[in-house]
Design a binder for this molecule. Structure first.
Ligand SMILES: Cc1cc2nc3c(=O)[nH]c(=O)nc-3n(C[C@H](O)[C@H](O)[C@H](O)COP(=O)(O)OP(=O)(O)OC[C@H]3O[C@@H](n4cnc5c(N)ncnc54)[C@H](O)[C@@H]3O)c2cc1C
Length: 431
């Protein structure tokens, strides 16, 4: 008798039902090749590459449970008690000391012991955005600034600057934007070598943690004629004479402002890498954080869906097909975006930088625009209560708008994606 798989199809030769081995998992929780010998499993065991697996690795599932617990028991009550502040919430900063070390390596004062750093950042940001956006905004700045140092810094610089960022002793800031806006090659802030120092001059706008950070990574031009290739990255510490900042006002309690650099002298060895390499560190950092803005957007959208669903059921609005359809569309779009985000982060963690750049831009663009649509539907489902400050929906609505702007607007993501598409275009081979 030909052995049958549960599907009813004959088992392929060499993979008889009686050969079935118990499921095995490696340390990351991925199925190992032996797993594929189970009845009904793929007849094509993968010997070298891990099988496609849409589950998070066990470490990250655990991290997700931890962050949900910290957010619900500590962050939400703390943020609620403070209300919407104009300035950093130092209590949230203290709570984040339990979270941020998870994205920094042990030798930099953190607790990261696996290779899936970008994915870990995405998991944390999705849950914090859903439950406590104030914490997520602060966490993102710790990540951006520290990641630029991880990419561009020497071992000595990493040991000197990163631990205080990882353990939340110092707020961090990543300062690119100035009058030239999206055109990061057009920076007017300059850095000029003078003896054993660099002298920075210029002003920046729309900078998170401007004036309240302890550690800044500041991008300035060391050779304006070279545009992007003349941009360099510097670590500047709070208290440096000539460095000042002031916060701006927004419809969301962002801690974002302007930064002034007036004859700001910093040690010569505070440059990350070589002069002219700053744009490279910025782009590598932004790849990670574009996927992460995707996760942050998914978090807002998921929060809006959860709240709208709960609200609609309580008021028996789910009897209307128009409401059911909105809920179905919201859930579907969220799932699509989350998978794009995870794949983009995974590519970055695998070191597949070329594919990662495009995937991160796609994930950021799609997830942020998706979240704007989904949160808008969430408001609509709740009617007037969607705008009532008694519910969190209005906060998601205010929050979500920024996601298509910061860390590269949607227009810039389209440019990044189409540039790579055009560069790699092949002649059409179909009919
Ligand atoms: C809440 C918040 C926090 C931020 N935090 C930081 C931070 O910590 N550090 C930092 O460096 N920056 C930060 N930014 C700045 C952010 O990255 C910029 O807002 C963003 O890059 C866009 O720049 P801009 O606002 O000057 O818009 P502009 O570049 O002036 O763009 C205006 C419009 O023109 C479009 N446009 C511009 N150039 C092109 C082009 N070449 N092709 C097509 N369309 C184009 C844009 O897409 C947009 O629609 C933050 C912004 C916000 C809102």
């Amino acid at each position: 008798m030909v052995p049958q798989q549960p599907s009813g199809l004959p088992a392929p030769q060499g993979h008889r039902v009686s050969d079935a081995a118990p499921a095995q998992r490696n340390r990351q929780g991925h199925q190992t090749p032996a797993d594929w010998r189970r009845p009904g499993a793929s007849p094509f065991p993968l010997r070298r590459n891990p099988p496609m697996d849409f589950k998070l690795p066990v470490e990250l599932q655990r991290l997700r449970e931890q962050i949900v617990d910290i957010a619900t028991t500590k962050m939400i009550p703390t943020a609620k008690a403070a209300g919407e502040m104009h300035g950093p919430n130092r209590d949230i900063q203290r709570i984040l000391a339990e979270v941020t070390p998870h994205i920094y390596p042990v030798e930099c004062g953190g607790r990261l012991e696996h290779r899936q750093r970008s994915l870990a950042i995405c998991v944390l940001r999705e849950e914090m955005s859903r439950l406590c956006p104030d914490a997520d905004h602060m966490f993102a700045q710790q990540g951006l600034c520290g990641t630029a140092i991880l990419f561009g810094g020497t071992d000595e610089q990493k040991r000197r600057f990163v631990p205080a960022i990882a353990n939340m002793d110092r707020l961090a800031s990543f300062a690119v934007t100035e009058e030239s806006g999206s055109d990061a090659g057009g920076l007017k802030t300059t850095a000029v070598a003078s003896g054993d120092q660099w002298v920075l001059n210029g002003s920046k706008r729309l900078i998170s943690h401007a004036g309240v950070a302890g550690t800044y990574v500041i991008f300035a031009s060391t050779d304006p004629s070279q545009r992007a290739k003349g941009v360099s990255a510097f670590v500047v510490e709070e208290g440096t004479p000539g460095l000042s900042g002031k916060l701006m006002n927004f419809m969301v309690p962002y801690v974002v402002g302007e930064l002034e650099l007036a004859d700001c002298h910093i040690p010569r060895d505070n440059i990350l890498g070589q002069p002219g390499e700053g744009f490279r560190w910025a782009m590598q950092t932004l790849d990670v954080f574009r996927a992460a803005v995707g996760a942050h957007s998914v978090g807002f959208a998921q929060g809006a869906l959860d709240l709208a669903l709960d609200y609609a059921q309580r008021r028996e609005l789910t009897k209307h097909q128009a409401i059911q359809a909105k809920l179905a569309e919201m859930a579907t779009e969220i799932q699509a975006a989350r998978l794009m985000v995870w794949q983009a982060a995974w590519l970055k963690d695998e070191g597949q930088d070329r594919q990662a750049s495009m995937a991160c831009a796609m994930a950021k663009m799609y997830a942020s625009e998706m979240a704007v649509r989904v949160v808008n539907k969430g408001v609509q489902i709740m009617g007037g209560d969607g705008l009532n400050t008694r519910y969190f929906m209005q906060r998601y609505y205010r929050e979500v708008r920024g996601t298509t702007i910061y860390e590269g607007t949607s227009e810039i993501q389209r440019y990044v994606i189409s540039r790579q598409l055009l560069r790699e275009a092949r002649p059409y081979e179909g009919p």
